[in-house]
Design a protein around this ligand. Structure first.
Ligand SMILES: [Zn+2]
Length: 716
């Protein structure tokens, strides 16, 4: 399916929707005489890879370049290794894109063009942190705008590749070179900022100016390569979630396809993080193809680039990406292999995905819940602490929604218009602190149309620049006023469950036996705008946690509500959406503490706000990431089995099958089922159709099962 192109977007090359399985071979400088070309071409064929990214130039040229200062591999000799690879891959019918990396260069460049080198805050040119004989280049000056433009033109002229992928193109931290200082002063009227505080005027201007420079660079490169080959494009390595630095809305307009570069787990990355990347990109890319890079090696800060990861870990990482709409891209650095153990595993994954291909050509996800993310909140409210103040709230929600098996999409906060929100019944605002008046108006309109809203903590308490408002922008929806104080970090604070006044409210489902549960860590003091008919949960203030003799509540009970639920259906009012507001950091605390009680509140809030059952429910043991998709003539439900002792701290050692799951899919009116298959098991499952409700029994899931429902017709 072709994405509708906006008037301000360049046209998509014809090939972008074709490839489903990507290969990347990143050569190292001494590869040319050593690596086995035939081996790689054979591996691409055996893996059914239909597109490839090959090292061409930038840091090292793998072809006989004529661009001055474009450094040829010292081992290249008379050969054109890049050209040989391109020819071989073309013979296999593959889409071929060239890889360039402009972030580092050599002494001769530094002598001839000292202004191409990045400069640190002390005014010194920057040596490369990992290869100290090299220099770091400036991403925003003539090195990229002139030299790398010439490199790209040469590659496109000689090889007419389908596109050029640019790694590390956006600079390596802030640059203080003469161009950056002058260009920023000319554009913004400030010296380069000396602080990372986003409330500093120069810093704010820099955050925006850097983006403008990079989007200008992108457009320049894209224009130059399309002038030579109109059916090509530039693919910068960029994009991500709230904490990424380039505006995803603009990226979504510019890019006909994009590569999500999250190669594997490190530290406490959850196994669903690859799928999260897919959702974040899709929020602004829509149905344009999004490719997910995965590494075959260990991805920790120590960067063992020649290592091999366990097969189980690679499988689950790829599975979660595929289930979330990513087209996989394996990456291997070095054409000469030091460890062969990954080859068979990746081949197995790719051959299976090739068999599933018709069911992976998704048209649209069918999830009705949207988890909103906000880069402006990260940039202007989060600043240096964006991962704790912004992203951790999202991660808490993500974990809770996966555990609750609620299919959901991510939504970009600059795309809250009615058209973009049409698929959603409920939006989740995880501490979306920085929202403009216009964004608040759009959210209000969503609720007026009947949409549900679940919001936490400081949502809308700041404007789009991260400046505190006197009161919430969405206070009328939440039913509260800000009382002026942020309290925390709290030790030993609790919530009292008010079962008597709650009278069996669904928000407290599963907590019937609890009289008090733990509170979060940060709370806002707020006051209700009108008397509350029913308190669900009230505040028990913190009390000493030591000495043990002193650990008793000083105030056992208050009447301060800590959850606000609203359902505005008074007589004469049009039906309006349900709203749940938590003045505290339940989502962030959930990510930190993983309290089961908090999980229940998060899950219940979404279910209650949504009014109607999810399009798919999956019951059975374990932790599954559940996604649901529509293809041209089928529906698919993906079940990715994350149940593993190594779920919260990888890598997986082995895949452990999870037992029977009952999948109930609510088919749209008019959809007629022709056949149901389990793709991984390669079996026809037990099914039952009652009305539009299709029940499928999945006996077991090892890593990834797909329930494929073929339709006899094409439902509206
Ligand atoms: Zn610079």
């Amino acid at each position: 399916m072709r994405a509708a192109q906006r008037a301000d977007s360049p046209p998509a090359p014809d090939w972008v929707f074709r490839p489903m399985r990507w290969a990347q071979l990143t050569l190292v400088e001494d590869d040319p005489p050593k690596f086995d070309l035939g081996f790689w071409l054979d591996y691409f064929k055996r893996t059914r890879s239909d597109a490839v990214c090959l090292s061409a130039g930038g840091c090292v040229a793998y072809y006989p370049t004529d661009v001055p200062f474009h450094h040829r591999s010292q081992w290249l000799g008379p050969r054109d290794v890049f050209g040989e690879l391109v020819a071989g891959c073309r013979k296999l019918g593959m889409v071929v894109i060239a890889r360039t990396d402009p972030h580092a260069t050599y002494d001769d460049v530094r002598h001839a063009h000292p202004d191409w080198i990045a400069v640190d805050a002390e005014g010194k040119p920057r040596r490369h942190w990992a290869s100290p004989e090299m220099w770091v280049t400036c991403g925003l000056g003539p090195y990229n705008f002139e030299f790398m433009t010439a490199v790209k033109r040469e590659i496109m002229h000689r090889y007419r590749v389908d596109g050029i992928f640019i790694n590390r193109w956006d600079g390596s931290g802030m640059c203080h070179c003469e161009h950056c200082r002058r260009n920023f002063r000319d554009a913004a009227g400030f010296a380069l900022p000396a602080t990372t505080n986003p409330q500093d005027r120069a810093r704010r201007a820099y955050i925006l100016w850097r983006q403008r420079r990079l989007f200008d660079l992108w457009r320049l490169w894209d224009h130059e390569v399309r002038e030579i080959n109109p059916d090509s494009c530039i693919i910068p390595n960029t994009g991500g979630g709230a904490t990424s630095s380039l505006d995803m809305k603009q990226i979504g307009q510019l890019a006909p396809t994009l590569i999500a570069d999250r190669q594997g787990r490190r530290d406490l990355t959850a196994p669903w993080a690859n799928g999260k990347n897919g959702k974040e990109f899709r929020a602004t890319m829509g149905p344009k193809p999004i490719v997910g890079i995965f590494s075959v090696g260990v991805e920790e800060p120590y960067r063992w680039k020649d290592s091999v990861q366990s097969e189980a870990e690679i499988r689950i990482w790829v599975a979660d990406g595929v289930a979330n709409g990513l087209r996989p891209w394996f990456t291997k650095f070095s054409g000469t292999l030091h460890d062969h153990r990954w080859l068979a595993g990746v081949e197995k994954i790719y051959r299976r995905l090739a068999r599933w291909e018709p069911y992976l050509r998704n048209q649209a996800p069918l999830a009705g819940i949207g988890l909103v993310y906000s880069q402006q909140t990260a940039w202007f409210y989060g600043g240096d602490r964006a991962s704790a103040r912004v992203e951790d709230h999202t991660l808490g929600w993500y974990q809770a929604l996966v555990e609750a098996r609620i299919p959901f999409e991510m939504v970009h906060d600059r795309l809250l218009d009615a058209e973009h929100l049409a698929p959603f019944k409920t939006l989740i605002l995880p501490n979306l602190a920085a929202l403009s008046d216009e964004q608040c108006r759009q959210l209000r309109a969503f609720v007026e149309r009947g949409g549900g809203l679940v919001a936490t903590h400081e949502t809308s308490l700041y404007d789009e620049w991260g400046v505190r408002r006197p009161d919430f922008g969405l206070g009328d929806l939440f039913g509260v006023r800000f009382a002026g104080r942020l309290q925390g970090p709290m030790h030993n604070a609790y919530l009292r469950l008010e079962h008597q006044t709650a009278r069996g409210h669904p928000l407290l489902q599963g907590l019937e036996n609890a009289t008090r549960i733990i509170h979060g860590v940060w709370r806002l003091e707020v006051e209700p705008r009108a008397p509350l008919p029913n308190r669900l949960v009230t505040f028990i203030p913190p009390y000493p946690d030591l000495p043990m003799e002193k650990v008793y509540p000083r105030i056992a009970r208050t009447d301060i509500p800590e959850i606000y639920v609203r359902e505005n259906t008074g007589p004469g009012h049009p039906p309006r959406g349900r709203i749940v507001y938590f003045p505290w950091d339940i989502d962030r605390a959930y990510w930190e503490i993983l309290s089961v009680d908090h999980f229940k509140l998060l899950r219940n809030a979404v279910l209650w706000a949504t009014r109607e059952p999810s399009i798919v429910t999956v019951t059975g043991p374990g932790v599954l990431d559940v996604t649901v998709w529509r293809q041209l003539r089928s529906f698919t439900v993906h079940l990715v089995n994350l149940t593993n002792p190594m779920m919260m701290k990888g890598p997986f050692r082995e895949l452990l099958p999870v037992g029977e799951q009952t999948v109930v899919l609510r088919l749209p009116t008019g959809a007629k089922v022709r056949r149901v298959r389990l793709l991984a098991a390669d079996k026809t499952p037990r099914t039952r159709l009652r009305g539009q409700s299709l029940t499928v029994v999945v006996p077991s899931v090892l890593d990834h099962e797909v329930v494929a429902v073929d339709l006899a017709n094409q439902p509206a």
